[in-house]
Design a protein around this ligand. Sequence first.
Ligand code: NAD
Length: 444
Amino acid sequence: MRIAMIGGGYVGLVSAACFSEFGHEVHVVENNPQRLYALQNGEIPIYEPGLDTLVNTNMRAGRLSFGNNIAAAISDVQAVFIAVGTPPRNGDGHADLQYVYKAADEIAQSLTDYTVIITKSTVPLGTSRKIAERIRQKNPKLDFDIASNPEFLREGNAIGDFMRPDRIIVGTDTAQPERSQNVQAILRTIYRPLSLIEVPILFTNLESAELTKYASNSFLAMKISFINEMADLCDKVGANVHDVARGMGLDKRIGQKFLHPGPGFGGSCFPKDTMALMHIAEEHQAPSRLVEATIKVNETRKTNMASRIIAHCGGSVKNKTLAILGLTFKPETDDMRDAPSLSILQRLDDEGAHIQAFDPVGMETARPLLPHTVRYCSNVTEALTQADAVVILTEWNEFRALPPEFLKTHMRGKIIIDLRNIFDPKTMIEVGLQYYSVGRADLS
Ligand code: NAD
């Protein structure tokens, strides 16, 4: 099948590469000139394990191509996916749909033959219908259908998630049963290789598909905020949050995942999607107090983490040198959007700390977002040099493997503040380090 993908970012590029791996012919439209130049030259403008090989193999096979002209890209395709960004709108946290609508307008002006237009971007309820309405107004004679196919991949494991998802959600206009059946058949064809490994495809109406994405992300964010609160309680009562999380997670109704405490959730999805869902729920007079609380708990968490670092440094970080290990919101990505490091480092900088940071892949994306006084180091050793305290903000494997003696030898002070619980408290304390982690009061 011939497919066009509008947007060559994390989701668009991964989806396009995977669809081409399925055997489809995919053309990606990307309007950022730097990103496009890189892609056309076989370079990957984002960090995502395995993507380089997948993109280049499929480019060489002639199944994957890149350009900036929507009209040329969609003239003979059967399906167009919209995978552009939907960031929070400045000032109010609603999803900003300007990129989605602009893409829809360009699609409307360019299409002549029957095509299915599919929103892969995360969009508020009713957006797919609004896209259809806009297209109808701009191009009244066009025969087309709309579908919603939200994406659930995680950065850092995006290809694995796309190739072996837990489920695929497809929303169609079920008020028109015949057309809906036709769209379902097209989406089934697109995802056919996944039916061989028995990935369930759930067909719903448009609104259910749109809401499933927000509800899933908000639920996961809520799980994180919940375990973070339990970690704080563990610190007070002498319990161990990992034992509590394991005890909870062994109950199949709860599940083990997303019960790891840390400095708060971040990234391009959870903060913006919880915020958007809160607004959607308010607008429809069905407010979600749980989602509101999840957002508040997370905001407070980041502030508390900065205060905790200051407290562990003796009540002040003024003129102290802090080695910050990890900047991205999670390992295996260079994405800095809404990373907890942004607010934590800003506060530490405001309090007069000298910050020496190292992140294996995130420093280039971090640089424009962090205080200009942050000194970026080329490796862990450089970051540790003369450090009074070390703060672990991201659980990169490279940091997990650091021997306690190595930390002790290369830093000046003895304080280790591990906000990801990557080290064993006993071994850290045994070598004479002052070790602080999260929710492990029984061990620290
Ligand atoms: P992104 O910012 O990395 O990528 C969007 C790309 O679209 C950019 O490269 C931008 O230049 C391009 N673009 C914007 N308007 C365009 C146009 N008119 N024509 C051509 N290109 C255009 O965003 P992303 O992280 O890939 O997210 C895309 C959507 O997918 C969002 O709605 C997001 O919420 C959702 N999503 C993201 C993830 C994730 O982990 N990043 C996971 C699931 C869903």
